[in-house]
Design a binder for this molecule. Sequence first.
Ligand code: RNT
Ligand code: ZN
Length: 415
Amino acid sequence: MTRFESAKEQYAAWGVDVEKALAALREVPVSIHCWQGDDVTGLEGSGQALSGGIQATGDYPGRARSFEELTADFLKACSLIPGKKRLNLHASYAVFEEGQRADRDGLLPEHFAKWVAFAKENGLGIDFNPTFFSHPMVKGGLTLSSPLEEVRAFWVRHGIQCRRIASYMAGELGSPVLCNVWIPDGLKDIPADRLGPRLRLQKSLDEIFAEKLPGILDCVESKVFGIGLESYTVGSAEFYLGYACTHPGVYNLLDSGHYHPTEYISDKISSLLTVFDKVPLHVSRPVRWDSDHVVLYQEEIQEIAKEIVRSGALEKVLIGLDFFDASINRVAAWVIGTRSMEKALLYALLQPWEDMKNMQEEGRFTELLMTGEELKTLPFGDVWEHYCQMQGVPGGRDWFKEVEAYERDVLLKRI
Ligand code: RNT
Ligand code: ZN
């Protein structure tokens, strides 16, 4: 008997069908963000520092500096990650051909034609994000909520163009594109007016979302605070939740780093599922703040995956990742973070939820506690190794050898 067969028997004894779990996992897409590969620099070549209260810290060599490098690194990472993948792009990753340069408010579908071709070649769906940061038109930390009409209008035009680009991508790829609005707008110190900027943001969003476009899933991403913007965030949780609830077709994206330290998005998913048919996520790992550390296979990510699975929401919750670490090998960062998400989903699919729900309903809480604990020490690793083999990606530490070789042969030659 192989280790996998033995693991299967042990799970079966708890009423868990391992083959069924693996079949379900194979179909779940995870949207992998392009911005881990280059520390959120983008391809505009403007030399603008990363702004908006987010930070990529570290100086590990080998950052991707071009479309060619970024796509090569992305594919290397994908070859080491099991499961269905999507590509999550930012508008700042437009690729301009000779004589094509455009500012953010003039971006066009053709500036993303290379990405669409790349996605087609590699069988990837795309998700998209307008980029409301790292640009001189962010004035005083504000974009869509700016009191300067010129600034607000510029960013509204950017939002409008991005939705058109997302719709073009969806048409080309035959797969809906999530178009996610996150803005950094906020204040460092105590505001005299909290309502004014929020009313302006509301107006800007109405203008951006006015056009009906096929193939896109609009969403808005709230935040609690950013670096240098500690006292006030215009796009707060309540603001966007209210906005999404009153604007059919606009969804509320949950980023796991964007809440108070004792709040968890795993607890918010089911609340949103009572109202929305889609719940987009940015799975991240906040350490003391929204630090965007690489996602690890630990408690909150497990809890997020469990919540998705036991709510029967694998098709409703759109899993995207959002982390960027510049202090370690960036390809490995992608692989570790995405494999962690895959592991969490597998772990969640290997729990006897029907039995456990019955225990809760019937008040058998001691048995429920015992079951969750005993399941932790079943041979989960053997099922995971089998899944990696099935998916044709190296398991164990073998994938790391490939990253080391890639670092030696490609990444370190970039300096
Ligand atoms: C920032 C948000 C946002 C960005 C990316 C780059 O706090 O999480 O989603 O991280 O869009
Ligand atoms: Zn995010």
